[in-house]
Design a binder for this molecule. Structure first.
Ligand code: ATP
Length: 206
């Protein structure tokens, strides 16, 4: 239950980072499940900067297009917002830097950092992980059956099996196959009109 109006309530805010290339219904379903299951007041979506020097990254939409799609996808839900600070930096940023900067802008809130189950194994190696764990709580987004790392982590888990990925959507869009029911309508319209995933288009063309 949302306890926002109770005096002394500390606002609980989920931080949902991702490439969102593009945002799809899986992300939105999962975010809504996180609101409910983790008793969050709201969620901030944080599109990640991707280094232009990362050679193995598949062709995708420009940062501007990823941001525009995320804004369209979240516009109708007042508990969702988008923060573009990682896109305004050059290249990828450390989570600890993002969290420190967000805490400066949102004093007095409790942040829950939503981490994909795939990233759990690497968590101990994150930059300044000890300090990061002092600043935020973690919760796991699990798109599969869990597994040992999820069971052992001790964090709350939000689990949804939704067979959708940005990779498949980019591939289908590039091949001219339908993605109509995989993304929100406004995102679909943007992809159809601006064609960020067509092979001929590349970063920075939007
Ligand atoms: P890509 O296919 O490009 O790797 P993605 O669909 O996994 O992209 P991301 O932007 O990397 O999307 O996702 C951000 C977070 O959302 C990750 O933690 C990821 O695990 C989670 N997520 C994405 N799609 C789903 C899904 N269908 N079900 C559950 N979790 C998902």
């Amino acid at each position: 239950m949302n306890a926002k109006r109770i005096p002394g309530h500390v606002e609980r805010v989920g931080l949902f980072g991702g490439t969102f290339d593009p945002v799809h219904l899986g992300h939105l379903i999962l975010a809504e499940a996180a609101l409910e299951e983790l008793d969050l007041d709201r969620i901030i979506f944080i599109p990640a900067g991707v280094s232009p020097f990362k050679q193995d990254h598949p062709p995708g939409a420009s940062p501007e297009a990823r941001l525009a799609m995320l804004r369209l996808a979240t516009a109708d839900e007042p508990r969702f917002s988008v923060d573009d600070r990682e896109l305004r930096r050059n290249g990828p940023s450390y989570t600890i830097e993002t969290v420190r900067s967000l805490l400066g802008d949102h004093p007095g809130v409790r942040f829950l950092f939503l981490i994909g189950a795939d990233n759990l194994a690497d968590l101990p190696n994150w930059h300044e992980i000890g300090e990061l764990m002092n600043l935020v709580d973690f919760a796991v987004l699990d798109r599969g059956k869990g597994g040992d790392a999820v069971a052992a982590c001790g964090f709350p888990v939000v689990r949804r099996r939704i067979d959708l990925s940005s990779t498949e959507i980019r591939d289908r869009a590039a091949r001219g196959l339908s993605i109509r029911f995989m993304v929100p309508e406004q995102v679909y319209e943007l992809i159809m009109t601006q064609a960020p995933y067509r092979p001929a288009s590349s970063h920075g063309h939007l």
